[in-house]
Every structure is written in C-alpha cells, then in structure tokens.
Design a protein around this ligand. Sequence first.
Ligand code: URA
Length: 209
Amino acid sequence: MARVTVVDHPLVQHKLTLMREKERSTANFRRLLKEIAFLLAYEVTRDLPVELVDIETPMTTMKAPMLSGKKLVFASILRAGNGLVDGMLDLVPSARVAHVGLYRDHETLQPVRYFFKAPSDLGERLVIVVDPMLATGNSAVDAVAELKAAGAKELRYLCLLAAPEGVARFHEAHPEVPIITAAIDERLNEVGYIVPGLGDAGDRLYGTK
Ligand code: URA
C-alpha cells in the first residue's frame, strides 16, 4: 500500500464538500461522515488477502474467494473517531474496536491521554486507526505509539482530512504506517485547525458548539 492514499472517488469528494459547508446540520454531518466512512473502509481494505474455499451453491460446487488474512481492529481516537467507526462497522460488522482517549490541550496542542482499551490480541490483527482530522499529527502519533506499545504490529491510519504538516509529522514518527484520506488540505492555522477544513469535527458530529 502507498504511504499516502487520497481517495478521489467522486462520491467521497461530493460528500466531503457537503460536510465542509458551515450551515450543514449536525444530523446531516453525522450521516455523511458515516457514509464516507463506509466508502473509505472499502478502500482501506482493498488489498486484504483472500483464499479460495470450497462451497456449494444451489447449482454446483465451486472454489470461491474468502478473506484469509489477519482479522481487523478499528481503533477509534475519541471522540470524533467514533463517527468514522460507526460507518466502517456497517461494512465489516465482525471487526473488533479499540478506543484511545486523547484530547488536545488547546494551549500546547499536545495530546493528553485519558482512556485506552483494546483487544488483547492486537499483534495478530490488522489495526486501522481512525480519526477524521489529521491536523498537527500529535494525537495520531501518540495513539499509534500507544497501540504499538499494546502489541499492534501492522497498522494503517484512516482519516477524512489531512494537513500536509500532520502527514509529515506522522510519517516522521511512524514511517511504515500508510495513511488513507479523502483529501489533503492547504495548511494548519495558528491554533492547529485545518484550512480550509471543516471546523471542529467532534463539535460538528455531536452538536457541542
Ligand atoms: N481537529 C478538528 O476537529 N478540526 C481541525 O481542523 C483540526 C483538528
């Protein structure tokens, strides 16, 4: 998988544009994030290995492909990551879910940890870490470090929007972890928000502003 994949599918791009609009309602924003998450999950799992197994159709027997590789864990960086995980679970209902609680100190922009819960067999699974916004990269770097410390060996990072600064910072710390995103925006502003972006993803998802 490429180090950075921008999912340029027209449906993803269309839905992202709708999400960026500032008058978009909370209900609409949440629904669109779930729909895009489904499509991004489709892309992030595109190269999963399959093996041929014997099955019986109503007509005959055949060899047919089934997933054969590592089982999946979706690791949500709280709280906005949950908005992505919801849509991803629609596509892969059997995936396990890990939660990493981090918030950004608004003065230092550094992540502060407050929660961590993950399946015990992380090392045998493909871990897809999710957060809608890869901004400074600090939370992403810290979440992946925590997951690695808990045993994760194979990881991917899935987001909706990334800033070039966040991509660079993330790959400085975790060069082997591919990033999958719907867009890479222009830059970060002075308080660490993505521009043009879509504002605070958590607030827009949960209507807390
Ligand atoms: N987190 C957000 O929710 N939005 C940004 O633009 C940056 C970080």
